[in-house]
Design a binder for this molecule. Structure first.
Ligand code: ADP
Length: 261
């Protein structure tokens, strides 16, 4: 009888272990698949500018007596593609560095968020001006919080830059900073083209763009929002998107005032 009890116990244990192994394998497979997908996306994105450069250079070399004007046009296109390539590499390095356990550490310090916002807006104001987009900042409270200044600055810059890029001629971008006793909130609202519901969950994925042509035209890599989301999550925060197609978009970042390590 004792034997029976033991073997029944052993049987149950074995079943449980098998179950755990199966679940782990499933998870590993999913990780592997998403990694494979990422690598394939990276290769594609990195090859695209190189292919353009090759085509441009080859056709220049194939021509005889190239007029000065045409020559300059091709060189300028080549230069644009090089710039695009280095932007992709920069964004990729930002992402990959944060993926590594060691690079995933935050350099936390007490930062005045109002000052940080002012700096970001000052840097982006010329871009907004060029696109005839009105850029305003409203600070409802003075905020000091424990953050990684460089990383958070990158995360918030991406949001404001997108709000300018995916806007309409003569549109606006309103940035608001607020806080309660636990969190601070940065809201970036725009009057732009918006994002339809079916795309909203996807825009945080790496390399995802709703409109490839528009993103390309504005120098996008499709990595900005995934970088922003990652940084916000590292700060134990949350990133929310509200939008309707054709009626602008609002991204809200919520981050704890105190970082608990
Ligand atoms: P990109 O480099 O293409 O801007 P992001 O990761 O920053 O990449 O954004 C992904 C996609 O989400 C963009 O290509 C664009 O289609 C959409 N998007 C992001 N921000 C906005 C916004 N404020 N308004 C409308 N669409 C947006």
């Amino acid at each position: 009888e004792m034997d029976e009890e033991v073997s029944s116990y052993a049987y149950k244990e074995t079943m449980q272990i098998t179950e755990t192994i199966n679940m782990t394998l499933k998870k590993l497979k999913a990780v592997d698949q998403s990694r494979e997908e990422f690598v394939s996306n990276v290769s594609h994105e990195l090859k695209t500018p190189i292919t353009s450069i090759r085509v441009l250079a080859d056709s220049l070399m194939g021509m005889e007596d190239v007029p000065e004007e045409l020559y300059r046009e091709f060189l300028s296109d080549i230069s644009d593609e090089i710039e695009r390539e280095s932007k992709i590499i920069d964004d990729l390095l930002s992402l990959v560095r944060m993926d590594k356990i060691s690079g995933g550490n935050l350099n936390i310090a007490q930062v005045n968020i109002n000052g940080l916002m002012e700096l970001i807006l000052k840097r982006l104001r010329p871009i907004a001006g060029k696109r005839n987009v009105e850029l305003t900042f409203e600070s409802i409270r003075e905020v000091t919080a424990d953050v990684d200044e460089m990383k958070l600055s990158l995360a918030l810059s991406n949001l404001v830059e997108n709000a300018i890029k995916y806007n309409v001629e003569g549109g606006w971008v309103r940035v608001t900073l607020d806080a309660d006793h636990k969190f601070f909130y940065v809201k970036v609202a725009d009057s732009g083209i918006g994002i339809s519901e079916e795309f909203q969950e996807h825009v945080f994925e790496r390399f995802y763009r709703v409109d490839k042509a528009r993103s390309r035209e504005t120098g996008g890599t499709g990595l900005g929002l995934s970088i922003t989301k990652k940084i916000v999550l590292m700060h134990q925060g949350a990133l929310k998107l509200q939008s309707k197609e054709g009626e602008g978009a609002t991204f809200t970042v919520r981050i704890p005032l105190t970082y608990i390590s």
